[in-house]
Each structure stands twice: as structure tokens, then as C-alpha cells.
Design a protein around this ligand. Structure first.
Ligand SMILES: [Zn+2]
Length: 185
């Protein structure tokens, strides 16, 4: 067997939700940054057309804050318990809102709002999520600093995310969300 044949051989993997075995190429496997790998039928179940209960159960098994984003309008479809804790919000304050509203990003308070303000054009977080929807590619450890407005005080936060597309949804794992050490005058 040549190197190439070994390299493209399918691997067996156990679905991280239903636990059935399925095969995938090493390339596909590397895209499972958030879930660790879920099979096609679970991917189909976790879609916009189904209710969110099973999906929420699944993302609660992931040991990190997770936002599930839906495309057009690009907004939070649902979130797991760790995400609610991290942002100090209820599910009703997350579902149906823009990502920036969940992060309390200053740009989300503008007239145009999250993703549409002129300052959002360069937003790496937005670019990663849009890229995930458009290409199906996963993104790992995309970081950006945000001006976060809480209780009328604005401070700089570092936000880091990883993404993975599943069905017509995108899973966004929050790898970091903390106030920046750099003190601004
Ligand atoms: Zn499965």
C-alpha cells in the first residue's frame, strides 16, 4: 500500500451522540472541531426543521459554552447551559438574538446592529461564522477583541471561538471570553 492509499483510507468513528459507528475520511474528521464527530443522520436531526430539545440535550454534553447559529437571518438558534452561565443570560435572551447581542458587543447597540454596522466589516468572529455557513469549513481558535458594554460601562474583551457546520446550523464554541488585561485610558 502506498502512502496515498493509507492517507485517504476511511476511518471508523463512533458518533458522539447516537454512538453508532460511521466511516469518514481523515479530512472530514479534522472538521469535527466542536462535536468530536457526529454521524450524518444525527446531523440531519439537528436541523432547523426539528425542535430544539434534542439539540439542546446534545450540546449540553459538550464541556464548553456552545451557541448554535442559524443562517439568514444569522442569529442564535439555541445555546447550551454553559453558554447561559458564561454570558449570564436566560435562553429567552439568547434565542433569536444576534451573536453580538449575546456578547454585549458595543456594535450591537448601534442603529444598524450586529453584523451590519460599518465597524462590523472587519469582525473576525462574524467572518468565521459566515465562512462556516458558506463553505462548510470549520474554524479553530479565531480570536478578536470586542468592546463590551455591560451596565453602561464599556471594556475590552477578548473573544475566541471555534466553529463547525452541522446540517444547516453552525455550532460555535466559545473558547475564551474575558476582559482584556490591557487597561485602556
Ligand atoms: Zn449519530
Amino acid at each position: 500500500m502506498t502512502f496515498d492509499e493509507t492517507h485517504t483510507r476511511d476511518m471508523r468513528q463512533r458518533c458522539s451522540w447516537c454512538e453508532t459507528e460511521f466511516s469518514m475520511t481523515p479530512e472530514q474528521s479534522s472538521g469535527f472541531i466542536v462535536t468530536g464527530g457526529i454521524c450524518i443522520s444525527c446531523t440531519e436531526n439537528f436541523s432547523l426543521s426539528n425542535d430544539t430539545l434534542t439539540l439542546r440535550e446534545f450540546i449540553d454534553t459538550i464541556d464548553a459554552p456552545i451557541l448554535v447559529m442559524q443562517p439568514e437571518p444569522r442569529q442564535v438558534y439555541t445555546a447550551n447551559k454553559k453558554a447561559l452561565e458564561l454570558f449570564g443570560k436566560e435562553l429567552s435572551q439568547m434565542e433569536g438574538y444576534r451573536g453580538g447581542q449575546v456578547f454585549d458587543c458595543l456594535q450591537s447597540f448601534t442603529k444598524l446592529g450586529c453584523g451590519k454596522d460599518i465597524n462590523c466589516e472587519e469582525c473576525k468572529i462574524k467572518a468565521a461564522i459566515v465562512g462556516t455557513f458558506n463553505s462548510g469549513d470549520s474554524f479553530k481558535g479565531v480570536a478578536s477583541s470586542l468592546e463590551v458594554k455591560k451596565n453602561d460601562k464599556t471594556s475590552t474583551y477578548l473573544l475566541q471561538i471555534s466553529t463547525e457546520k452541522t446540517g444547516d446550523l453552525a455550532l460555535v464554541r466559545i473558547d475564551g471570553y474575558r476582559q482584556s488585561e490591557n487597561v485602556h485610558p
